[in-house]
Design a protein around this ligand. Structure first.
Ligand SMILES: Cc1cc2nc3c(=O)[nH]c(=O)nc-3n(C[C@H](O)[C@H](O)[C@H](O)COP(=O)(O)O)c2cc1C
Length: 278
């Protein structure tokens, strides 16, 4: 029998699966389980119609209270694109992607509407900020799902938030608008790498949250993942500070990654964009 959804689930999690054993590995769900981020692109452009279809699908995503608080900046002008690329030199796939978009949370429209309609807006809360951020994230993922189902490849770029002030200025983001992530889009030049996910035993809880087996499950995940996706010794992070690990695992990598302060400017930037985060 050809591949089934269960086969794809096994590959994704590195664990035996029974769900989807009778279901052929085709269609949207198969594409979602087998997907991977693309960091190598062909030079050929994305057909404008295909791009516009993906945009329409993205903007069909659900939105909190129908407020539709996402905005997308498509960076097209070559000089503008070069300036955005220059903010992100450590990720050369940004410059090589035929298309680059920035997905933004947008609370500006809501604030304008309150003013236009002569109504108070007593909701300058952290929740309001989160609604806009979540809307933008959902729209970005809807774009990715649509683009990938059309044969395109994508890579989200939150690194743009490392340079948030400069990016915001370049993209002329007004008060109430903030970048959530960039997105590289193009035709994939390779098949990428399937990244193993944490097991449902860690990420799915029934009836109430239960993290009691976290350490055991994590150790097993680390071992499974290191066996399938070993990290080359030269790819270990911050060896000068933490030494070279004999068994370099996902959790060691993530602990090292976040042992370095990152994006402490984002909070002040967001407040500067007019969010009180009450
Ligand atoms: C919000 C968000 C931001 C991301 N930022 C970056 C980034 O700045 N650079 C990058 O190369 N990948 C970025 N990624 C891609 C992740 O690294 C990738 O999704 C993860 O490693 C899992 O791999 P996969 O997408 O191939 O399954 C981002 C993904 C998300 C969802």
């Amino acid at each position: 029998m050809s591949q089934t959804i269960a086969d794809l689930i096994e590959q994704r999690f590195g664990l035996p699966a029974t769900a989807g054993r009778e279901v052929p590995a085709t269609g949207t769900v198969a594409g979602m389980i087998a997907r991977r981020s693309t960091r190598r692109f062909e030079t050929r452009p994305v057909a404008p119609e295909m791009f516009d279809v993906a945009l329409a699908a993205a903007l069909s995503a659900p939105a909190k209270s129908d407020l539709q608080q996402a905005s997308i900046v498509v960076v097209r002008d070559p000089a503008q694109r070069a300036a955005v690329n220059a903010l992100l030199p450590s990720m050369p796939w940004v410059a090589s992607a035929p298309e680059f978009l920035v997905f933004c949370g947008d609370n500006r429209r809501m604030r304008c509407i309150a003013e236009m309609r002569g109504k108070p807006f007593p909701n300058d809360t952290l929740d309001m900020f989160m609604n806009a951020a979540v809307d933008a994230g959902i729209v970005m993922q809807a774009f990715i799902t649509a683009a990938e189902s059309l044969g395109l490849g994508c890579c989200p770029i939150s690194l743009i938030r490392n340079e948030v002030e400069r990016a915001s200025e370049l993209l002329a983001l007004p008060q109430g608008v903030f970048p959530v992530a960039g997105l590289c889009v193009g035709h994939p030049a390779d098949s990428g790498r399937l990244s193993m996910r944490l097991p449902p035993a860690i990420t799915v809880h029934v009836d109430r949250y239960d993290g009691s087996d976290f350490e055991t499950e994590l150790a097993a995940y680390d071992a499974r993942r290191a066996a399938r996706e070993p990290t080359a010794p030269e790819k270990q992070r911050d060896v000068a500070r933490f030494g070279r690990a004999e068994h370099y695992t996902w959790s060691e990598d993530k602990a090292r990654q976040y042992a370095v302060p990152e994006r402490h400017g984002f909070g002040p930037y967001v407040r500067g964009q007019g969010f009180a985060l009450k």
